[in-house]
Ligand binder design. Sequence first.
Ligand code: GLA
Length: 365
Amino acid sequence: MSPASAYAPGRVEFLGNHTDYNQGVVLAAAIDRGLTVAGISRQDEAIIFTSKTSGAGIQTSLQRLQQQADERWANYPLGVVQQFLNEGYELRGFAAEVSGDVPAGAGLSSSAAFEVATAGLLMKLHEIRMEPLAIAKLCQRAENEFVGVQSGLLDQVTSVFGRANHLVYLDCQSEEVRTIPFPAGFALVIAESGVRHSLVAGEYNRRREECTAAAEALGAESLRDVTPDHLELARASLDPVLYQRAAHIVGENDRVWRAVNALAEADVAEVGVLMNASHESSRTNFENSTPELDQMVTIAQSLPGVLGSRLTGGGFGGGTVTLVEAAEAEEVVEALRAKYAEASGHRPAAFVCQIADGAAAAWKL
Ligand code: GLA
């Protein structure tokens, strides 16, 4: 039995916040940070996962896949194992180690990178072939069913379909995935607010429930099918909180479509304006920002060379993404670190991110 390994990148959500599980549209990119899961098959049914970074480890078995209450990080790969079993694949036991450089809890989807890399390892160890979209959906089910986070398809699709120097456009209703060139001469800066979030903590699932309730109250199958006009007409009869949640989703879908058009016309300034509007809507409508994220975004927006800035990912902590002129990118990183540290007392991790290939390209699928 020979060892194998699979790499999958983290992702940054560029625009389209919480739209994925509302059947909406989103723009994201795979980043040049990710996780590798390396392993080898065993003669028995044991499954062993260890984390190179933390030194932690778990052991369970194929017959009794158990959720890990103490080592929650292990539920992401174990959920993937469970989905392979559900699909009828005959797996052998294996021992695997995860390593990499995408920070957990920073809004860069280390979880999807972990799931996708685990799927890649299982495919290699067992010579299984699967279509890229099927891999992404299997990993999403792992997160929904085993980890218990009702997340959408954004993270896994981006980790699988990412392409160097391109944004990934995902339409969650039609499941169309395509890549759009990232504008030349511009770059993305990612910064961590230093406040860790845990999607499992419940806020995320609560937002999802509120969105479902809003769609129901509006007589729509999902918020994807609600137009801005429809929403405004119904406003008076809608619970104010549900109106706010719906306004965020309807607005985000609209901003994604406008950004796609603006990118086609090389109107990068307009894309920045849309990112700023997205953050404002997170802050006021969806209430998934935090004072730290607001502060970080406000600082970024004040810096020379910045076109727009917003929180990225689930929110409730995590990090921000900032669109900058490439020539100013390193200075923006320095100034953002210094000013945020001055304001908050916490020196944030911030870096210029290269938009990288996703797992499908790395595995030559
Ligand atoms: C998290 C989820 C994604 C998506 C974003 C918000 O990253 O995992 O599915 O909902 O939040 O856009």
